[in-house]
Design a protein around this ligand. Structure first.
Ligand SMILES: Nc1nc(=O)c2c([nH]1)NC[C@@H]1CN(c3ccc(C(=O)N[C@@H](CCC(=O)O)C(=O)O)cc3)C=[N+]21
Length: 283
């Protein structure tokens, strides 16, 4: 029988445990603060931002949401980020992606100080991760690694296959798995015989944004299958990148919703605390 990895529960325990650290920081006069900048009215972004705000406030992180109109210019956004970069009371800065097309995402990502880059998207942070000397790590792959630990899933020496090569999930996921001594294969839209490769995976991480793309015929018996997909169907329901029939063969499976999503938020909180501690010279 497949074991379902309960991301929601694990996220809850993770954030609960942060409360003590936050109390300790507050005793020292430090209030961890996270700034989230949202440009425009993207529906999915609004939901995510609301969830994140609720979790932050519930554990005592100061959450500052700055909403800007979709017509905001790149230079105005850069000026705002620069202000938060300089503000010592702000420990983490996240600019919600995607951005409107008049704004260059690369330029924005590179403008956030690496020490405040809670998303771990800055080239310095990606570079440090690849060199196995991380500062801030992208939250989704970090949350997935945390799931492995929590469920006693050993990564060392395993065949890990990552489907998808985005800068925010696939590539950092591959780096983390490699740092944990897995044998890593990254596949993508140009990969030939994809199913032959995924069937070799002891650990399969799927992050492509296509509903129900991976089927049970693509999965080895007993494999750990991590579904990063969040596809909104016409029905309004949320579907992952992994078909439900995979539960017939997988050893472990993450659900959508209540799988990877809540862990992303939990890691965002944890990283905010880590960056806060670092900024005041603790830990
Ligand atoms: N700079 C930046 N950093 C991000 O981390 C980032 C971003 N931009 N842009 C958008 C995506 C999306 N994202 C989600 C994280 C958690 C849930 C989540 O908690 N989902 C719940 C609820 C889903 C639902 O019911 O809608 C779940 O999966 O159970 C959703 C979406 C972070 N993103």
């Amino acid at each position: 029988m497949v074991k379902i990895i309960d991301g929601k529960e694990l996220a809850q325990t993770t954030t609960d445990n942060l409360k003590f650290e936050i109390e300790n920081l507050k005793k020292k006069g430090v209030i961890p603060a996270l700034v989230v900048i949202v440009v425009g009215e993207d529906q999915a972004s609004q939901i995510y931002v609301k969830n994140k705000h609720r979790v932050a406030e519930s554990i005592g992180i100061k959450s500052i949401i700055t909403k800007l109109p979709s017509s905001t210019s790149e230079s105005d956004l850069l000026a705002l980020i620069s202000e938060y970069n300089e503000n010592p009371d702000v420990h983490g800065i996240l600019v919600q992606l995607p951005l409107p097309k008049q704004i260059n995402e690369k330029k924005i990502t590179e403008s956030i100080r690496p020490e405040k880059d809670v998303d771990g998207f800055h080239p310095v942070n990606i570079g440090r991760l690849v060199m196995n000397d991380p500062l801030a790590i992208p939250c989704t792959p970090m949350g997935i690694m945390r799931m492995f630990t929590a469920y006693d899933i050993d990564v060392e020496g395993k065949n890990a296959v990552v489907v998808g090569r985005s800068n925010i999930v696939g590539k950092p996921m591959a780096a983390l798995l490699l740092n944990a001594n897995a044998t890593v294969t990254v596949t993508h839209s140009h990969t030939q015989n994809l199913s032959e490769i995924t069937k070799q995976a002891d650990i399969l991480v799927v992050a492509i944004g296509q509903a129900n793309f991976i089927k049970k015929a693509d999965v080895k018996q007993g494999a750990v299958v991590i579904d990063v997909g969040m596809n909104r169907l016409d029905s309004g329901k949320l579907a992952g990148d992994v078909d439900k029939d995979v539960s017939d063969v997988a050893g472990y499976l993450t659900p959508v919703p209540k799988g990877v999503g809540p862990m992303t938020i939990a890691m965002l909180m944890e990283q905010t605390i880590e960056l806060t501690k670092r900024s005041v010279g603790i830990g």
